[in-house]
Design a protein around this ligand. Sequence first.
Ligand code: SAM
Length: 219
Amino acid sequence: GTRQLLVRIDDYVADLFAPQDEALEAARRDSAEAGLPAISVSAAQGRLLQLLAGISGARRALEIGTLGGYSAIHLARGLAPGGTLLTLELEERHAEVARRNLERAGLSERVEVRVGDARTSLAALADAGVEPFDLVFIDADKDGYPDYLEASLRLSRPGTLLLADNTLRDGRVLDPTDTSTAAIREFNQRLAADPRVEAVVLPLLREKVDGIAIARVVG
Ligand code: SAM
């Protein structure tokens, strides 16, 4: 059927443009062996994150939702020379797997995995008055997306690139029947209406239709 064709197309693109080296393969394998859920970005999406990090020239990046560090490896690889990534994760168990995966990828100097509820970590960063981030990737609990948008904007400057995964949810955002999808719908609406950003949501097709939000902070 159509979905099977979409999977074949995504595999075709991934095989061509997102070959998995030893560090990426090991990250996936070890995450699975440690019992982490298989909910990281796809290979092609990882490639997209790496490209967007490079295109934006980001040196300071922030990720909300680390899991096993698969997307973090891509983001960190895309950063400008000397760039750093701070990635926030609730579960100590996930963070430990991520740290090992980042170490093996040779990125532990450039990436810090910080454990705790991202809401708390983000508030602490804002309170500490840290230098604004050049890129923020939101990929944690979906209920938190509206809060994460607000927190990300507080940690941004004009030109910051904001990215968020899972913003279409197989079309369920059209008519949400659960709170986390309702939160994503709220996130999309705020992102579209907020005068501080220019944004779009791009559909990503595989077994499901999901989306990535891409926004540029303008003021
Ligand atoms: N970005 C990862 C990747 O593509 O490799 C996938 C992240 S996974 C979809 C979401 C992660 O967010 C999980 O590891 C989960 O434990 C974490 N998470 C959930 N709620 C959180 C919270 N309140 N603060 C920080 N992290 C949270």
